[in-house]
Write a protein that binds this ligand. Sequence first.
Ligand code: GTP
Ligand code: MG
Length: 327
Amino acid sequence: MSGGESEGETGVPDEAGAPVQGDAADQASASNPGGRSEQAGSDDPSEPEFRSGFVTVVGRPNVGKSTLINRAVGYKVSIVSDKPQTTRHQIRGILNRPDGQLVFVDTPGLHRPRTALGERTNATAQETLSGVDLVCMLVEAHAKIGPGDRWIAKRLPPETILVVNKTDRAKPDQIIERLATALEFDFAEYFPVSAKSGEGVPELVEHLMSKLPPGPAWYATDSVSDAPEQFWIAELVREQLLARMDQELPHSIATRVTEYEWPRIRCEILVERDSQKGMVIGKGGRVLKDVGTAVREELPEGAFLELHVAVSKDWQRHADLVERLGY
Ligand SMILES: Nc1nc2c(ncn2[C@@H]2O[C@H](COP(=O)(O)OP(=O)(O)OP(=O)(O)O)[C@@H](O)[C@H]2O)c(=O)[nH]1
Ligand SMILES: [Mg+2]
């Protein structure tokens, strides 16, 4: 599925580190992310062959999938928070190099769903697994491998690369223990990394590049994401709200850009209950004001961002509302 409620294409805020609109160099669609065309490689045998392909990153919620992709691509292409179930869409981060193009596909954390939203995001993550070249599964270095990880591992191909993330939070013997336990998955390869500090990430990227098949660039080689700009702005608003909200509230929040005529942007924040509306607005509008300021800092100068809060009763539990919100 594609991101959000976006309608039409717009300018490119790349100065602020926001993703550039990716004009697909080829029609690699979301339902066929590994789709191939005939135009692979170079004719000159002395030139190293250009490689390209898709790597899907999966794992439980909160293990650091989006952080790893942002680190590998070198841009913030997917929002991050310390709350589980942050990513709700399939989001692509594109790494362009002279020798190839590696497209990372971020996925929602796989979990036991309790709502229509949870079912939808789980399905999105699983759909992403078909037609890709490589799969990385993330687990955490400082936490024991548990039933949630095993449930995911069972559904992955044997060529999967296991990535033990957050090594900065673990002692060396914990990392070794994690790697030893993960051997039970019988995957092809194992990499310890810290997406946060970057340690081990270049080695992982090199390895992924070396495993890609020869092929053309699937996206424009100056793009880092395929997300439409309205989707990206709505995600930035959600990220700032997630950073300020506790407990169940993060799951109740949905954001969507309802008007976009640069520099005027109107973003709607949906919550599930009246009581949540007050929390999102804050005393004297403080929370909303801070969110707006933080988001504007990530946009090109001059953006006029209007935030509106509305209640859509229990939207998370209704499949039709979940779908209407673009999930
Ligand atoms: N210490 C440490 N924290 C990390 C690392 N990678 C990610 N985190 C933190 O882990 C939390 C979750 O990171 P995300 O990247 O949002 O995790 P995710 O797997 O994409 O989560 P979902 O989208 O909810 O499935 C954030 O607070 C990150 O800052 C790491 O290598 N070390
Ligand atoms: Mg994520």
